[in-house]
Design a protein around this ligand. Sequence first.
Ligand code: ASP
Length: 432
Amino acid sequence: MVLAMSIQQQSFLRDTMRRLNLTREAFSSRIGVSRRALDTWLLPAESQEFRRMPEIVERFVSEILASAAHTSTQSVYSTSDLSITHEGKPCLLSVDQFSRGSAEALFRLADVMQPIARRQKISRVLEGAVLGNLFFEASTRTRVSFGAAFCRLGGSVCDTTGFTFSSMAKGESIYDTSRVLSGYVDALVVRHPDQGSVAEFARATNIPVLNAGDGPGEHPSQALLDLYTIQREFSRLGKIVDGAHIAIVGDLKYGRTVHSLSKLLALYSGIKFTLIAPAELEMPAHIIERIAVNGNVVEQTSDLVNGLRGADVVYATRIQKERFANETIEGYTPEFQINQALVNSVCGPDTLIMHPLPRDSRPGANDLGTDLLHDPRLAIFRQTDNGIPVRMALFASLLGVADQVPHSLRDASWKAPRFIGPDDALFHGMDG
Ligand code: ASP
C-alpha cells in the first residue's frame, strides 16, 4: 500500500518536473518548498526518510500542471501538435522532421502507452491493421520491437528478412516492392543498407513508411527512444536536458544512431557534446555543423578517460565494421573500453551509461563491458524497454489513432513479473 503510494507520488512528481522542464532545485522553489522536503517525497517507500507529500501541495502541483496545459503551446496532455509528415505524407524518415515541441508531444503520447508496454493495460485501436516489417539488414531489437508495438495496439505483423528471400534478389526495384506491399499492408517499417533508400520506399506509396535504419544514414526511432530515456532518467535524477554534458563514444562515422541522436539533442540548448572516437571514425563534419547551434559546445577527442569526465550521459556505440570502406581498425583497443573500473574512476554516481545495442561481446571487441550489469547507472535495458512505448506512439500518430488510445484501455488479464530482468534496478519496476 505504502509502496504503491510512494511509486505513484514519485512518478507524479517526476512527470511534472519533466513536463515543466524544471530541475529538482527549480521545481522546489516553484512550489515553494525546500529542496530537502521534495527529496523526501521522491524517495522509495523502503527508505526511513520517505515522506508523503501534503495533500495541499499535491493539489497545487496539479493546478500548475493544468494551467500549463491551458497556457502553453506544448500542452501537457494534448497530442495535437504532433504531426509526423514528410512532403505532406505521414512517414518517419529522419529526426529532421521533429521540433523540440513535436518530440515532446510524442513523448507525452509514449507516456500514455506505458501501461500497455508494461502489460497492465491492453488496447485494440489498431485492430484489423497489418504492418509490413521489411528488414534487409540484420536486426533483433528494432524488428521485434516495431512488431510488438504494432501488436500491442491490436494490429498484426507480416515480416520479411534479408534480400535472399525477397524479390529484390530477382532484381525488383524499390519502387515496385514498395507499391506492391502497400496493397497488402497499412504501414511499412524498412531497414536497408543504402543511405536514402527508405525515402525511396516512401516516395512510392501513400501509406506510412518508417525508417528503421538506412545504412550509415539515420535511425530516427532509436534516437527518439534514446532521448525519451534520457528525459525519463533525468527527471528521476532531478536534471534537465538543456545544459547537459553528453559524451558519445565509438564509431561516430558510420553509427547512424549517433547521427540521429546528436541532431535530436541539438534541439535543446547549452548542451556540451564530447565526441570521442578513434581518428578514422570521427563524426562527419556535416553533423558537427548541425549540432553546433543553440549555444551548444562540441568537443572532439580520442582520449576516452578525459572525455568522460563530468558527463551526465555516456553513449557508447559498436564499431560498424560491416560498413567499413578502407578503414583498418578492427575493434576498440583495450584502453578504449568502457567498463566498471573506468566508470568508477571517472563517472559520477548519476552518470547514465547508454548504448543502442547490440554490443559486441566477443573477445577483443572491447565494446561496452558486461561487468557493468549490476550497476544501476547502466541504462541499456531501460533504453530497450522504452522502445515499445515510443514505437507505439509513432504508429498511433502516423495512423491517426492517438486520441483514441486513452479511452480504449482495458485491464490486462494475465500476470506479468514486477521486474522483467533479474538485474533491473529498483526504479525499473513495472509499476515504477
Ligand atoms: N542497432 C543499431 C543499428 O542498427 C546499432 C548497431 O547496430 O550498432 O544501427
